[in-house]
Design a binder for this molecule. Structure first.
Ligand SMILES: [Zn+2]
Length: 273
């Protein structure tokens, strides 16, 4: 029966591929749609998969948000990685693969298209706050009240992380949070911190390492030494629920996690394709 099914599917595939080379009107439409499908960049697909409630499509140039507004995906401008960190388009966010190996001068997730996140999470502190709610972080081990965005269900995802971590009293020293929502500029830059959008959380300050603290006076272009004391089991629980970890950056920030499921989805799509 399995074989029969396989042949049936093969026959349909052959039939369709023949049809698209002939030019009857109906089939050429199917062909055009297939062509359009092909043109969707992998990272656009990852974004559509990761944010189904915020994004409803792609028109070939722009992402289409749920409210019908559009945002250009690729502005065609060449930028160095330093320039991408300062200002970028949506496409640039996928410049570095989110992998478990820390490579020199690669910070997957640190390139953020501010306009994209302002559009989804809120354009001002008040707007972000209005779209956020309070969750109880690790009720048994920490019991902290944290404000987290409800956009893209970040609150639910962080609650799932919290539920899992709360079963591990042996990790308690790593779990206390130093905060989630904080509308502010990153020190020494012009860019908004991801904490501005209430989709990021810092935990385990006493166990954490930060590239600027450990490499005094270093700039982003300098060679630096990597350090980490965060437990990888904790990291894996965050990643399972769509959060990336700042410890996977050359410019590491090991207490930091943020909800960026598109970067994790992109790696899955790269393996599938
Ligand atoms: Zn942080």
């Amino acid at each position: 029966m399995k074989h029969l099914l396989f042949f049936a599917i093969s026959a349909i595939t052959i039939c369709c591929s023949n049809a698209s080379t002939n030019i009857p009107v109906k089939d050429s439409v199917v062909g055009a749609q297939a062509e359009q499908q092909k043109k969707v960049p992998l990272f656009v697909q990852a974004l559509l998969d990761a944010y189904p409630e915020s994004l409803k499509g792609f028109d070939g140039d722009s992402l289409i948000f749920a409210d019908g507004t559009k945002m250009l995906y690729d502005d065609g401008r060449e930028r160095t990685w330093q320039q991408k960190l300062e200002s970028c388009d949506i496409e640039d966010m996928a410049f570095w693969d989110y992998t478990d190996t820390v490579l020199p001068f690669r910070d997957p997730g640190r390139i953020r298209c501010e306009a994209f996140f302002r559009k989804m999470y809120g354009n001002t502190a008040a707007e972000v706050r209005n779209r956020a709610r309070t969750i109880t972080w690790c009720p048994k081990l920490c019991g902290q009240k944290l404000l987290v965005s409800t956009v893209n269900h970040v609150d639910r995802q962080l609650q799932k992380v919290s539920d899992e971590l709360d079963r591990h009293p042996e990790w308690k020293a790593y779990l206390k949070s130093a905060g989630t929502f904080n509308w502010r500029i990153v020190a020494g830059t012009q860019r908004l911190s991801p904490h501005s959008f209430a989709f990021a959380i810092d935990i385990g300050v006493g166990k954490s390492s930060y590239w600027r603290w450990d490499n005094k006076g270093a700039t982003e272009s300098d060679n630096i030494k990597y350090r980490n004391a965060m437990l990888l089991q904790i990291v894996q629980i965050f990643e399972k629920h769509g959060f990336i970890w700042g410890g996977r950056w050359y410019h590491y920030d090991t207490m930091h996690f943020e909800y960026r499921p598109e970067l994790i989805r992109l790696m899955e799509l790269k393996i599938e394709n």
